[in-house]
Write a protein of this length. Sequence first.
Length: 353
Amino acid sequence: MILPTTYEAALLLLILSMFCWGSWANTQKLTGKWRFELFYYDYSAGVLLCALIAAFTFGELMPKELTFSDNLLLAGKRQMAFGVAGGVVFNLANMLLVGAISVAGMAVAFPIAIGLALVIGTVWNFALNPQGNPILLFGGAFLVVMAIVIDAFAYGAFVQAKQEAAAAAAGDDPRARRKAARAPGAGRGVILSIVSGILMGMFYPLVEIGKEGDNGVAPYGIALLFAAGVFFSSLIYIPFFMTFPVSGTSVELRQYARGTRQQHLLGLAGGIIWMVGAISNFVAASAPVTVQVGPAVSYALGQGATLVSALWGLLVWKEFAGATDRVKLLLVVMLVLFVSGLAMISVAPLNAK
């Protein structure tokens, strides 16, 4: 199998991972009014397709080395089970994230969900392996929590202002006033993002357990097992979300066939883009120790995807268009706090006491 043999190659893989993880959700936005539950059928298929292609190409090249299929024959069943479990847990978190994006947008869902996952991962890793400067670690985690709270306040103020404007525009028209009143409030998007973040903070440690030990699963194998967990759990999760939607009315399976070719292709592309990022991350983490990117840079680049997605939402999709100066100021403060917290967490391993 092919693994990076230079520091530069490992670093480029992590940069690619950051942009893929921060950009895949654009494909959902491009589908228009296509329900996220239907989008997710194609998304999960794209995840599995990408993992299969990578495993049987990059994972099988260089036969003089241990190949993907050779490694699976040697890997322990427990480690393989953890790889699948990582995909199952991630998938529920990601479906909630996609639901939050459909309700609140990328600039809200990603900072809250992935920021919370960052805090959980930081605390979890320190509890298991107390390395790094605790003041920097927990100080950075506190700043990220503050960024999450400010982002939620900014979104709440923005939604309230929109509802008040819609109610004022409706005037005495009872139908228009009812429509404005039925618009989803800020709470739903924030709650979905929080639950997603809690689950998102748990999936990566499961993947790492699957890779540990002499009989651990190699990166292309763990990616395929992870993708299988995503795909097959989707067959359970999606019908549930179709029956009990996070927003709007329930969805029938036959509506999937009514999607356009472009909408189906965008769903596949979304899954492929996310999985390219995941495989890049898994492979970079499995590089020889002598060429691995340091923990500070690796961590910063991985979580930088949150900022990439937030900037997509703010600058490209204009999700806060028409916001008041107060809301815009809150968003700037949120970004500054998030970057500062991320920087503190990233350098903590280099300043261990």
